[in-house]
Design a protein around this ligand. Structure first.
Ligand code: FAD
Ligand code: FES
Length: 252
């Protein structure tokens, strides 16, 4: 589907929030946890589409948000898009976060650009009557993304490595992770997700993580994103990106 860039908010030297609108018609059904594959046009080096989480869906305005971190050529080109540029997206891809039981306490944990899928999921949980809480982590206060948006949905706990906001230290050391929560959802770098998974086991929480394995096709054809699970090797792009930690063969 072609989308027009409505706005590119350069929220940080490394991050852009792209607000997109379908060139024609309305957004398809999209679920929190799903991702899109973005085509990087006019690039001499980036031939494959790049996977980006759905950050937020604004149905009222028929808009889709993507939060993009400059990691290399493809994401840099996306961060340089201007209003009225067009981007082509393959969507929706992947599975979604599981619904917690009614009345469950839920904590959504995002490290760095891993906060991206948590905004859409938090907003949806709130709409459905839950009271989602968030734990966001980054190097410093300046790197905590979309804080106002998260605060508008629920209580936000923060960890920064330099102590400029919230608790000092790694997100995985935040004291909120030692409290019992029924459901923890997490996205971020693999070592962080493994540490959060361990904490979730300790407090008896059900835990889902959103994996960001390297991807090429996004459609289950190239096997570039395979993850070892208790059911054998599976493609993260079609069977994930969201997995219950009990499905993964991660070592503690
Ligand atoms: C399901 C999923 C959702 C994602 N959601 C987001 C998001 O919301 N926002 C965002 O900014 N990024 C997200 N990513 C990561 C993003 O896809 C990569 O940063 C991007 O593909 C890098 O492309 P590039 O051309 O900029 O960099 P490249 O030049 O291709 O690579 C630059 C660096 O990024 C690493 N890299 C490349 N591809 C990936 C990948 N798929 N995952 C992790 N590291 C990679 C490379 O190893 C290299 O170190 C997501 C990845 C997945 C799989
Ligand atoms: S990215 Fe090709 S199979 Fe998953």
């Amino acid at each position: 589907m072609d989308f027009h860039v409505v706005e590119n908010r350069h929220i940080h030297e490394l991050y852009s929030l792209l607000i997109l609108k379908p060139a024609e018609g309305t957004l398809p059904e999209l679920m929190p946890g799903q991702f899109v594959q973005v085509s990087i046009d006019n690039s001499k080096t980036t031939f494959l589409r790049r996977p980006i989480s759905i950050n937020y869906v604004d149905r009222q305005n028929n808009q889709l948000w993507l939060l993009v971190r400059k990691a290399g050529e493809g994401t840099r080109a996306l961060c340089e898009k201007s209003a009225r540029d067009t981007v082509n997206l393959l969507l929706p891809l992947g599975n979604a976060f599981s619904m917690p039981g009614q009345g469950a306490s839920v904590l959504l944990v995002g490290g760095g650009v891993g906060v991206a899928p948590m905004l859409f999921w938090g907003a949806e949980l709130k709409r459905l009557g839950f009271r989602p809480e968030f734990l966001l982590g980054a190097r410093s206060a300046n790197d905590i993304l979309e804080l106002d948006e998260f605060t508008g949905i629920g209580k936000v706990y923060v960890s920064t490595e330099d102590g400029s906001l919230g608790e000092t230290g790694l997100i995985t050391a935040n004291t909120i992770l030692s409290r019992h929560t029924d459901f923890i959802y997490c996205c971020g770098p693999a070592p962080m997700m493994k540490a959060v998974a361990k904490k979730a086991r300790e407090v008896g929480a059900t835990c889902e993580v959103s994996l960001e394995n390297m991807m090429a096709c996004g459609l289950g054809a190239c096997l570039c994103c395979v993850e070892n699970t208790v059911k054998g090797n599976v493609c993260v792009c079609t069977e994930g990106p969201v997995f219950n930690i009990n499905e993964l063969t991660w070592q503690d």
